[in-house]
Design a protein around this ligand. Structure first.
Ligand SMILES: [Zn+2]
Length: 286
């Protein structure tokens, strides 16, 4: 009671303002101190749950909390497609197409014709080497590409030699290359031969019909038609059919790659698109 009286007396005295100032300062000091203590305590408590660092001292649980390492990033956007090229390799257009794909880091699949690898008409041997050296996939199309040798009507002996001779032609360029895919000429094959050919049989879900618009070369209307044929049917998992032996195909591809990359598509090989493609099974998309 004495203290209260003392305060009361002093407050009524000349030191009234000084005492007010001391009281205010004391209250402010206590408040700041309380805030600091709260901040330190909450930091200590929360650290194990939400670490703000990652690296040398980070625990396993911390690595899971912050998925900021390379391995935690998704490998692709999920919008994968495959572009396939038939009837090459061609010394000019196949190489140009590979160069264009490389600009985007994309990989395509080439279904090759054996006598165009061995022969001098297209000088396909060096083009095939270029395809393989750049990490693209190669499958068998046929050796002669003769319309009298379609795989749904030819003899067993011819069927065997069309595939076997093409495989040999590929192996002359790269002896240890493992061929797992085959696309029948004209898309024609019996179900029996699909089952027993020893390869995954790859058809397509989007047809560019580029061969119908190959002439005149450089014609912008034809090039636009090829582009539209591809873009209008495109969706995730598509397998696109083109031919790497025409100038218009190459010109259309340049436009297609620019558009699809903007739309978030990624071009991968057929084997990458399908995952574990089975031998003796026919596929036209993922
Ligand atoms: Zn063909």
């Amino acid at each position: 009671m004495r203290f209260k009286k003392f305060i009361s007396i002093q407050l009524h005295g000349t030191n009234k303002n000084i005492w007010r100032l001391i009281l205010c300062t004391a209250v402010a000091f206590i408040l700041v101190l309380a805030l600091l203590v709260t901040a330190v305590i909450s930091d200590v408590i929360s650290e194990p749950q939400t670490p703000y660092y990652i690296g040398g001292g980070a625990s396993v649980s911390a690595m899971k909390v912050l998925p900021s390492t390379e391995t935690d990033k998704p490998k692709s956007s999920g919008k994968q497609i495959a572009i396939t090229f038939d009837d090459g390799p061609h010394n000019v257009y196949t190489k140009n197409i590979v160069d264009e794909l490389e600009k985007y880091g994309f990989h395509a699949t080439f279904f090759v014709v054996g006598n165009r690898i061995d022969g001098t008409e297209y000088n396909g041997g060096s083009a095939l080497k270029y395809v393989l050296d750049n990490g693209h996939e190669v499958g068998i199309h046929g050796y002669t590409h003769s319309t009298s040798r379609y795989y749904d009507t030819c003899s067993d002996a011819i069927f065997k030699s069309e595939l076997g001779d093409t495989l040999n032609a590929i192996h002359k360029i790269k002896s240890d290359y493992n061929v797992t895919l085959m696309r029948p000429v004209g898309g024609r094959i019996t179900s029996e031969r699909t089952k027993n050919c020893g390869y995954s049989v790859i058809m397509w879900s989007v047809d560019s019909n580029d061969w119908k618009y190959k002439t005149p070369a450089g014609n912008s209307e034809n090039i636009d038609t090829i582009v539209n044929n591809v873009m209008s049917g495109l969706k995730e998992g598509s397998i696109i059919l083109m031919h790497d032996i025409y100038e218009n195909t190459y010109e259309a591809l340049k436009i297609i790659l620019e558009r699809i990359s903007k739309e978030g598509y990624e071009v991968v090989t057929v084997s990458e698109l399908l995952g574990n493609a089975e031998v003796g099974v026919k596929y036209s998309q993922r």
